[in-house]
Write a protein that binds this ligand. Structure first.
Ligand SMILES: Nc1ncnc2c1ncn2[C@@H]1O[C@H](COP(=O)(O)OP(=O)(O)OP(=O)(O)O)[C@@H](O)[C@H]1O
Ligand SMILES: [Mg+2]
Length: 494
C-alpha cells in the first residue's frame, strides 16, 4: 500500500434540505503543502471546511488524516486528532484577554492546570509574539482592530499544533501590509510540515501562496491544477472571475449642475485621544456617485458613522440643506441616509425574507412587493433562499443581503462601506451593473468607501482619497490613475 496522504478527502457530500451544498468533492493535501480552494459565493467552500472539521456531518464521503477515517466524528475528536480551523468570522469570548484565549487553545481539555503551568504561559506568549500580538496580549478582543482579531484566530489555531490547518478567508478586509504578514504566517505553516487548505477571494494572494488550487461552483469541483491553470480555465473565468468592470461614460454635465445633497465641513472625530478624522470636507451632489478610497484604518467607517449620527463630531454635516447635528441615527435614516455597514448587522436568527421586509416596513404593500421583485432580479440567490436564516448564509450571501436590505429602504443617499469584502469578482461585476442601473433609473445618490480601487473607480463621478483621517486628494477617476500613480493602485489588494 502506498503511504497515505496527510489529508485525503473523497466523495464528500452535504445536503441542506433540497440544496446540495457540497457534491462529491475529493482531494489530497500532503504534509508541507498548501491547497487553495476558490469559487464564487455560496459554492460550498466554507461547508467543505466545516465537514472536514466535523462541524457539519457529511451525508456521504470520506475524510482521512494519515489514513484514519474521521468522517462523522465529533469536532473535538477531530481537533484532538490534529485538525485546526481558522473561521471566516471570528467569535471571540469577551471576558478573556488575548493571552487567555491562546492559553485556552493550548489546553482545551484541562482548564484547571491552566493557571499554574509556567510552560503554558511561556508557550502562549511565544505564540502571541509570533502572530505579532505581543504588544496587545493583555487586552480584551473587543478593543482590538480587525486585523488583530484575525491574528488571534491564527494564534489559537497554532496553539493546537495541528497537522492539518483549514483557513477560511484570512485576507478579507486586510491591508496589503497585513496580508503580507498573514501570508508569511501561512507559509510558515507549510515550512513546519502542516497541510493547509486555504480559501480566499483575493485571487492574487491565493495564487502567490498555494502549491495547487481547486475551484468549486454550486457545490461541484470544476477545475484542479496549479493556480495558473485553474485561473486560465474557461469555466472558472466565467463563473468566478467574470469580466473586467467597465468604466462608465457619463457626461459630467449631468451631475455638476445639481445641488449638493450632502455637505461635510471641517469634520473632526476623536476616539479618546486618537484623532480618527481631521478637517475632512467633502460634498456629494444629487445623483452623484462619489468614492472615498482609503486603506483600512484611514477613517472611512468613522466618516460614515458620523454622517449616520453614530459618533460625536466637530464640524458640520448637512443633508438636503438640513443640519444633522443633534439628530438621532433613526431620524437621519428616516431623512433618507441609509448606511450598509461593513459589519453587515443582519438579524441573524431571522430569515432572508424577514430581513428584507424589515428594510421595507415603511413602504406601502405594492411598493414593497415591486421593490422585492427588483431586488430578487438583482440578487437571484436571495430569491431562492427567502426562507433560510441569515446566520446560515455563506459570507458573500450575507453581504448581498445587507446591501439588498439597505436598497429595500429606498434611500436618497446610500452609503456603502466596503461592499467588496468577501464578494467573488463575478458578483462585484453584477453589483456594479446593478448600481449603474439604479443610477439610471432612480434618483439615488451613492457614497462608497473602498480600499479596492478596481471597484471604486469605474463607477465614480468623483473620488476622494482618505489617508490617516485626512482628505489628501480629490478628483475624477481618470486623473486618479495619472496623479495618484500606478503605485497606489498596486498597493491595494484586488
Ligand atoms: N445550515 C444551512 N442551511 C441551509 N443552507 C445552508 C446552510 N449552511 C450553508 N448553506 C448554504 O450552502 C451554500 C454553500 O455555503 P458556503 O458557506 O459553503 O459557501 P462559500 O463557498 O463559503 O461562500 P462564500 O464565499 O460566500 O463564503 C450556500 O448557498 C449557503 O446558503
Ligand atoms: Mg465562506
Amino acid at each position: 500500500m502506498s503511504e497515505a496522504s496527510r489529508l485525503s478527502v473523497r466523495g464528500l457530500t452535504k445536503r441542506f434540505g433540497g440544496l446540495v451544498a457540497v457534491k462529491d468533492i475529493g482531494f489530497d493535501i500532503e504534509a508541507g503543502e498548501i491547497l487553495g480552494l476558490i469559487g464564487p459565493n455560496g459554492s460550498g467552500k466554507s461547508t467543505v471546511m466545516k465537514l472536514i472539521m466535523g462541524i457539519e456531518r457529511p451525508n456521504a464521503g470520506s475524510v482521512k488524516v494519515d489514513g484514519t477515517e474521521m468522517a462523522g466524528w465529533a469536532p473535538h475528536r477531530i481537533a484532538r486528532a490534529g485538525v485546526g480551523i481558522v473561521f471566516q468570522h471570528s467569535r471571540p469570548l469577551h471576558r478573556q484577554t488575548v493571552l487567555e484565549h491562546i492559553k485556552l487553545a493550548l489546553l482545551p481539555d484541562s482548564l484547571i492546570k491552566l493557571v499554574a503551568d509556567p510552560h503554558v504561559n511561556r508557550r502562549a506568549r511565544e505564540i502571541a509574539e509570533r502572530v505579532e500580538l505581543g504588544a496587545v496580549m493583555h487586552r480584551h478582543p473587543a478593543t482590538l482592530p480587525f486585523a488583530d482579531l484575525r491574528r488571534m484566530e491564527m494564534a489559537k489555531a497554532i496553539a493546537r499544533d495541528p497537522k492539518v490547518v483549514l483557513v477560511d478567508e484570512p485576507f478579507a478586509g486586510l491591508t496589503l501590509a497585513e496580508s503580507e504578514s498573514f501570508a508569511a504566517l501561512i507559509r510558515s505553516f507549510r515550512a513546519e510540515g502542516r497541510a493547509v487548505l486555504l480559501v480566499d477571494h483575493n485571487v492574487k494572494s491565493v495564487a502567490a501562496l498555494v502549491d495547487r488550487a481547486l475551484a468549486m461552483y454550486l457545490g461541484e469541483q470544476i477545475a484542479e491544477g496549479t493556480a495558473e491553470q485553474v485561473m486560465q480555465n474557461e469555466t472558472v473565468r466565467r463563473v468566478y472571475l467574470g469580466g473586467k468592470i467597465e468604466t462608465r461614460e457619463r457626461a459630467r454635465s449631468e451631475v455638476v449642475s445639481k445641488p449638493a445633497i450632502l455637505e461635510v465641513e471641517d469634520l473632526g472625530v476623536l476616539y479618546g485621544k486618537a484623532r480618527a478624522l481631521d478637517g475632512v470636507s467633502l460634498h456629494v451632489r444629487e445623483g452623484e456617485f462619489v468614492s472615498v478610497v482609503g486603506l483600512n484604518g484611514a477613517g472611512k467607517t468613522t466618516l460614515f458613522n458620523a454622517i449616520s449620527g453614530f459618533v460625536p463630531y466637530q464640524g458640520a454635516i448637512r443633508f438636503g440643506g438640513q443640519n444633522l447635528r443633534g439628530m438621532s441615527g433613526a431620524a437621519i435614516a428616516r431623512a433618507g441616509v441609509v448606511q450598509c455597514p461593513e459589519t453587515r448587522e443582519l438579524f441573524s436568527d431571522m430569515t432572508v425574507r424577514e430581513n428584507l421586509d424589515l428594510g421595507g416596513y415603511h413602504l406601502a404593500e405594492a411598493a414593497r412587493s415591486d421593490q422585492l421583485t427588483w431586488l430578487f432580479e438583482l440578487f437571484p440567490i436571495l430569491k431562492s433562499r427567502q426562507r433560510q436564516t441569515a446566520r446560515t448564509l455563506s459570507g458573500g450571501e450575507q453581504q448581498m443581503l445587507a446591501i439588498a436590505r439597505a436598497l429595500m429602504m429606498q434611500p436618497r443617499l446610500l452609503i456603502l462601506d466596503e461592499p467588496t469584502l468577501g464578494l467573488a469578482p463575478v458578483i462585484l461585476e453584477q453589483l456594479s451593473k446593478a448600481l449603474e442601473s439604479l443610477q439610471r433609473t432612480t434618483p439615488i445618490t451613492v457614497l462608497l468607501g473602498e480600499q479596492n480601487v478596481t471597484f471604486a473607480l469605474p463607477h465614480a463621478d468623483r473620488v476622494y482619497v482618505l489617508e490617516h483621517g485626512r482628505i489628501v486628494w480629490e478628483g475624477d477617476p481618470s486623473s486618479f490613475e495619472r496623479e495618484m500613480g500606478r503605485g497606489y493602485l498596486e498597493t491595494v489588494p484586488v
